[in-house]
Design a binder for this molecule. Structure first.
Ligand code: ATP
Length: 440
């Protein structure tokens, strides 16, 4: 796996139901194409003979149902073939979901419970392949013409926008193996931390908001209602993490719970959901191909993800830079911020701050290298319940310029709205430490 001076082309012949697992080198991309046969990457079929370029560090598998020959050019960290995969069990799940979508569609005029397609939630420990399974189920459904909704509740490694957000988006086409999920019209809520324990109440409140909006959208759209949703969750499954899984199942009215790679979690959920006959709890095997990531690697992955959001996977986006006067922007923080110790408070005072309190933040040097979300809220008290138009990153703060103190910001918005159409900036948490790594 060491880097060679001249890139060589390597051919790999894959037998039916086997996969080629690849970790792209750390600093050079990899080119790959399907020479013959048929193959897919996490549920999306490869076009025949077309070279695709995979960015450094990407980890993926090329799977074939009936046999294929793959060509690779460039270096990899690892590449090997595996003929033991859980893919048959995964595609069987897809087939069951497909049946339910068809039934929902057939009864869509009746408007009853039966017109609701599957609401699948994927749970399991970190590195069990939750995001990957979600992706396959979505891509297989999209290939058959459905437009399922993808909901990503994973604030640690979010795949729709950036870490710190929860989001949902309709999947209209199989997910691109290189570009990932298309960012056209995501519905995004900003939490601002990468772990829910920072503010559990806020996390739950945002999950609830997201679920309510989707529920409303489903009511008016029989097609997406029948297609249903796939909900990806965090890998935190103990204690509060477990409670948040139950909260998500409940809030989204999930009717299929897929548990990846953990017997204990499966039996706990099966027992607790026993009294809900319309909820199926299904145990699935974890793929041996899932790559484990240390906390350091996860932190790096978060940084790259934020960079990708602003600059594109292949550095093909250029964020707008803008200078704004302090007086044009309103920055708010959700949650109490650092709490005063009990000893510093008057006797009898409660040190627990309101977790959903919105407070104005002074613009000063502390905002440098911070990611802020641009809220659709018209008033500060609407911030918690409002989704966001996009995210900005503050690259400079000028306190010297008399009269016109200004901030320089990088912005990249999901849609074409401008920051200044929506004056309220939402600084739920503090994503600064991540940012400094990314942009320095
Ligand atoms: P987290 O809880 O941290 O979000 P996860 O359970 O969602 O993790 P994934 O993100 O699906 O796990 O998988 C972890 C990594 O392993 C990803 O980089 C993914 O692309 C890779 N991976 C998954 N399945 C395979 C496979 N069969 N072959 C090669 N790489 C794989």
């Amino acid at each position: 796996s060491a880097a060679t001076a001249t890139p060589t082309i390597k051919q790999v012949k894959l037998e039916r139901e086997s996969e080629l697992r690849i970790e792209v080198a750390n600093d050079t991309p990899l080119r790959l194409r399907l020479l013959n046969g048929t193959a897919e990457i996490f549920g999306t079929e490869l076009p025949p003979e077309m070279w695709l370029t995979f960015p450094p560090r990407l980890k993926f598998a090329v799977f074939t149902w009936y046999g294929a020959t793959i060509e690779m050019e460039g270096t990899t960290e690892t590449d090997y073939t595996a003929d033991e995969t859980p893919m048959v069990s995964y595609v069987n799940v897809h087939a069951v979901l497909e049946g339910r979508r068809n039934r929902a569609k057939a009864s869509s005029s009746s408007g009853s419970e039966t017109s609701q397609g599957p609401r699948v939630i994927v749970v399991g420990p970190t590195d069990s392949g939750k995001s990957t399974l979600s992706r396959m189920l979505l891509s297989w459904a999209a290939k058959q013409g459905w437009k399922p909704t993808y909901v990503d509740l994973d604030i640690g490694q979010g795949s729709i926008t950036i870490p710190g957000c929860i989001a949902a988006t309709p999947i209209e086409l199989p997910i691109d193996p290189v570009e990932g999920i298309s960012l056209e019209m995501p519905l995004v809520y900003f939490y601002g931390h990468t772990t829910p324990s920072q503010n559990v109440d806020l996390y739950k409140a945002l999950v609830k908001e997201l679920a309510q909006i989707l529920e409303r959208q489903f009511t008016g759209n029989a097609e997406s209602r029948a297609a249903g949703m796939v909900i990806n969750t965090m890998g935190w499954i103990e204690g509060v993490g477990y409670e948040l899984i139950l909260h998500a199942i409940d809030t989204f009215n999930a009717n299929v719970v897929l548990v990846l790679g953990q017997e204990k979690l499966f039996s706990m959920l099966r027992d607790v959901l026993r009294n809900k006959p319309n909820v199926d709890v299904v145990k699935l095997q974890k793929s041996g191909g899932v790559v484990s990531r240390s906390s350091k690697v996860r932190q790096k992955a978060r940084s790259y993800r934020i960079r990708e959001y602003f600059y594109g996977i292949a550095n093909d986006l250029s964020p707008h830079s803008n200078i704004a006067n302090f007086s044009d922007l309103f920055v708010y923080r959700i949650g109490g911020g650092p709490q005063a110790p009990r000893s510093a408070l008057p006797i009898g005072a409660d040190p627990v701050a309101n977790p959903l309190r919105v407070t104005a933040v002074n613009i000063d040097r502390d905002l440098l290298h911070v990611v802020l979300a641009v809220s659709y809220a018209q008033e500060p008290d609407q911030i918690v319940s409002s989704n966001i138009a996009g995210l900005i990153y503050i690259t400079d703060i000028d306190l010297q310029r008399l009269g016109e103190k200004s901030l320089t910001l990088h912005q990249q918005l999901g849609s074409s709205e401008q920051v200044f159409d929506h004056g309220n900036l939402n600084m739920a948490g503090n994503m600064k430490h991540i940012q400094e790594q990314v942009f320095k």
